[in-house]
Design a protein around this ligand. Sequence first.
Ligand code: COI
Length: 330
Amino acid sequence: HPIVAYDVRPDELGDVDACMSRTGVEIIIRNTRLELAGIDDLPETDAVSILGQSIVDAELMAALAERGVKYLSTRTVGFDHIDLDAAKNFGITVGHVTYPPNSVAEYTVMLILMTLRRMKLVMHRAQIQDFSLMGSQGSELGNSTVGILGTGRIGAMVANFIKPFGTRVLATDPYPKSELEGIVEYVDLDTMLAESDLVTLHAPASEANHHLIGAERLAKMRKGATIVNCGRGDLIDAEALISALESGHLAGAALDVLENDLEYFHRDVRLGTIRHRNLVLLRSFPNVLVTPHIAFYTREVVSAMVEQSVDSLLEMRKSGTSPLVVGGAV
Ligand code: COI
């Protein structure tokens, strides 16, 4: 049987070809998202690979099961676009990938520095030959307290990257890491919010984490603090964030993710109408840098996404499971 891969971008094709040569398994490619409306287009297969654009809800999961799909792998770390309860009900095993955290961690450090140095404003000004200084004054990372929400692989790497600047690093996580001793001080969320000049989010999206940073918690942040999000859009209540920026309580933000961002990100929608008011509004602030869910996007990561997804599906096919399985029928 072939593997069927959805959401495949042209830049993944080389890696898909390499996987086919290496494994001898055919991979049928779709450049569209996997959705109920197009389910008749699904070739006969037990194994499907997707990206974050394909939202697999209970209805779609049922349709997949009905067509004989047993293994579903997302070529992403996050799997909040997949209904794991439904997967369990319909007997589908679900896996993700765990590409190295370097790309997102490096990107986060870049956004942290860009935010502290007001780089969106500076670049806009330079572009129109406004080389003045007023309003562009920044602050130093080494003189800042940074709060890291979530010290999984990415958050921990960000902590290690920024510590040598001289930064005081606070962190919250339900599972503190002993190897971060001397690098971060674990505190409770309220303390972290109250004491940080900048908060960076590295938690997964889940029901419990939905709008974890809402109006109340934004109010607990330091006046003049900034927030960076290279994790998941759902972690922030965007409307509350907009209010905190409008009131001047927060000095800025850098957001690589927004709720439902993949409805627009990773596509050229210049000629379209954006029906995502938070995206449009946030993008318009001179002190809010919005980038299109691109922190992951390096050569290294794309290869790992394709390879791990294909290898994991083959492993599931062979043994019923794989180390990358996250739920469903396990
Ligand atoms: C992830 O790997 O979780 C990402 O956010 C990557 C993106 C292609 C959806």
